[in-house]
Design a protein around this ligand. Structure first.
Ligand SMILES: [Zn+2]
Length: 230
């Protein structure tokens, strides 16, 4: 995400600690007070409004953005959160997970990015942990583009429902994009239950993007809610 000009990355002098000074458009990466990701600790237990999932199978295109493997899925449905409708735009992957739980990270984190009609974003984060192969990802993993380039159509359809864990409990907080320009006002929903991905699938991803995660950012007094364990 983010079409701004400056080159950025995950290492060295274009790494996350420098993003805010690479381009004036990236200032929020440094000065923002509601940044993502965060450590999902100290959450307040709450009864959270249910998310209406209305995903459906859609054809996909896949591309290597230079920062992540991204899958665009037009017509893949969307979600309703507190009465507002958000359409699924794309999903992409980070290695290792960006959010951390009880001090630990997962091998990968999936971000399902949704937009409201007025442009506001809601992102669902799903942790991927090593286990059985993730069949829902087969159409994507069979066409992983090793180098940056334009979107390519992939055979088969993806239903975002199949990317979600069975349990629908989550952490929720107000945050930002985890990539430049680090824009704030993003509604974050991070699922508490991880889904499986095989060691082989992790290796295939990490052969292309071994490290594309931003370190955790300070909470700065924000409210972190969860219905985990309720
Ligand atoms: Zn992301």
């Amino acid at each position: 995400m983010g079409a701004s000009g400056a080159r950025w990355g995950y290492d060295g002098d274009i790494g996350p600690e420098h993003w805010g000074s690479l381009d004036p458009a990236f200032a929020a990466c440094e000065t923002g007070r509601e940044q993502s990701p965060i450590a999902l600790t100290g959450a307040e237990s709450a009864e959270l409004p249910e998310i209406g999932f209305d995903y459906r199978p859609s054809p996909i295109t896949i591309r290597n953005t230079g920062h992540a493997i991204q899958v665009d899925c037009e017509g893949g449905g969307g979600i309703t959160v507190e009465g507002a409708r958000y359409e699924l735009q794309q999903f992409h992957f980070h290695a290792r997970s960006e959010h951390i739980v009880e001090g630990g990270a997962f091998p990968l984190e999936l971000h399902l990015v949704h937009a409201r009609e007025d442009g506001a974003l809601a992102v669902i984060g799903v942790f991927l942990e090593e286990g059985a192969a993730n069949r829902a990802l087969t159409p994507v993993w069979s066409a992983l583009p090793a180098t940056p380039g334009p979107a390519r159509t992939v055979a088969g359809a993806v239903d975002a429902n199949d990317l979600l864990p069975e349990q629908r409990t989550s952490w929720r907080y107000r945050g930002s994009l985890t990539t430049p320009p680090c824009s704030e006002g993003v509604s974050w929903i991070v699922m508490t239950q991880p889904v499986n991905i095989s060691r082989k699938q992790i290796a295939a991803h990490n052969a292309i993007f071994p490290n594309n995660h931003r370190p955790v950012q300070p909470l700065n007094g924000r409210t972190l809610l969860t219905d985990r364990g309720r």
